[in-house]
Design a protein around this ligand. Sequence first.
Ligand SMILES: NC(=O)c1ccc[n+]([C@@H]2O[C@H](COP(=O)([O-])OP(=O)(O)OC[C@H]3O[C@@H](n4cnc5c(N)ncnc54)[C@H](O)[C@@H]3O)[C@@H](O)[C@H]2O)c1
Length: 375
Amino acid sequence: MIKVGIVGVRGMSVVTAMKAMPNDVKINAICDLSSDALENMKKQIGDEELKCYRVYEDMLEEADIDAVVISTPMQCHVPQAILALQAGKHVMCEVTAAVTMDELWWLIENVEKSGKIYMYAENYCYMPEVQLVRQMVKKGYFGEIYYGEGEYTHDCTCIRNWNNKPGWRSYWQMGTRGSFYPTHSLGPVMQCFDDDRIVSVASFSPGNHNPYGLRNDDLTQTLCQLESGKLVKIRVDTISPRPHNMTYYQIQGTKGCYEAPRGLGDVAKVAVATEENPDGYSTWRPLSDFNDLLPERFKSGAGDNAGHGGGDYYIVADFIEAIKTGKQPELNVYKAAEWTSVALLSQLSVTNNGRIMEVPNFRAGMKWEEKRIKL
Ligand SMILES: NC(=O)c1ccc[n+]([C@@H]2O[C@H](COP(=O)([O-])OP(=O)(O)OC[C@H]3O[C@@H](n4cnc5c(N)ncnc54)[C@H](O)[C@@H]3O)[C@@H](O)[C@H]2O)c1
C-alpha cells in the first residue's frame, strides 16, 4: 500500500483514480495554503482521519506518506519536488516541470541522487485517443513518422485564482513570452517519435494585440527540430478569442496521417495506405474504425470515471507501478526536462526574433560544464 500526500487543490483530479485502487494507494495527507480549499478537499475525499496541512514542510515532516503529488502553481514545482525527494518521498508533479533552466538540472540532480521515483504528470499522453494513435504508429499504419503538430488553444484570460483574484498565471503563464505551456501539445506528439529528442527550437509570434495588458504574445508558434532531422510544430495560444481546442494534433508519416478534430462536428480521423487499398492515404476515415487497436487496459473501463477521458486513472496507475517496481516511469524526469525546456528556450527565441536555440541533452549523469544555455 503506497501512502500519498497531495499538495494543491488540483491534486483532486487524481483522487477518483486513487479511490478506484483501494488496495494499492491511500491518501493520508493533503496540503494547501487555503483553509477553505483544504476543507473542501477533505469533504470530497471523505476520510475523517485525513491529515490537513497549510505548511508543506510540516506535511513532509509529520505525515505518514511515501509519495507526494504536487499540484501547486508552476513556480512551486521544483522547490517542492526537491524538498520531497530530500525527505525520501517519491514525486508525481504537475505540468510544467520548472520555470527556469537551472531548476531543471537541479531537479534532475536530486532525482538521481535520491533514487526516488519522479513522474511527470503529463496526463494528455494518457488520453485514450492519443493512446490509440500511438498504437497505430507502433504498428506502422502511418509508415515512418516525420512530422507532428500539437496545438493548445485555450482562452485563459478569465481564469482567476481560487480567491477570484488574478494570480500566479498572470505572471508565470500569461506574463511570460514564448510557448510557456508546451507539454500538453508536445507530449502526445513526441510519443510518436520513439526515442528521438528535441535538439533545437525556434519561436515566432504575431505580436501582442490583447486588450488585457498581458505580456504574452497573442500566440506563439514553436518549431522543434529533432535529432533525426524530423520536425514538430506547436502552437500555444491562451489569449485569442476563439473556441477552446486543447488537444489538436497531427501526425504525418510516409504512408498516411492522423488529424484531431477542429470543431463543429469534425471527428478524429486518419488516412492510411494499406495493401488492399494503396491509395487509402488520400481519403479520410474516422479514427474510431481502429478502436480495436486501443491497448487492452484502456478498454477495461477502469478509468472511466477519472478525468481527461480516463487518462488520469492510468497516469496514477503507472506512478504506483513505478514505485512498486522501483523503475522510473516512461514520463521520467529527463522527458519532463526536455519538454519543459521548450517553454523556457522558446521565450529566449521569440524575444530574439526567432533565434534558433539549442536544447541540451538532459541525459542521466550530465556533466556540470554541459549544463548551460548555448546562444
Ligand atoms: N494537467 C492538466 O491538465 C492541468 C490543468 C490545469 C492546471 N494544471 C497545473 O496544475 C497546477 C495548479 O493549477 P491550478 O489551476 O489548480 O491552480 P490554482 O491556482 O487554481 O490552485 C493552486 C492551489 O495551490 C495552492 N498553493 C499555492 N502555493 C502553495 C504552497 N506553497 N503550498 C501549498 N499550497 C499552495 C493554492 O492555495 C491553490 O489552492 C499548475 O502547475 C498548472 O499548470 C494542469
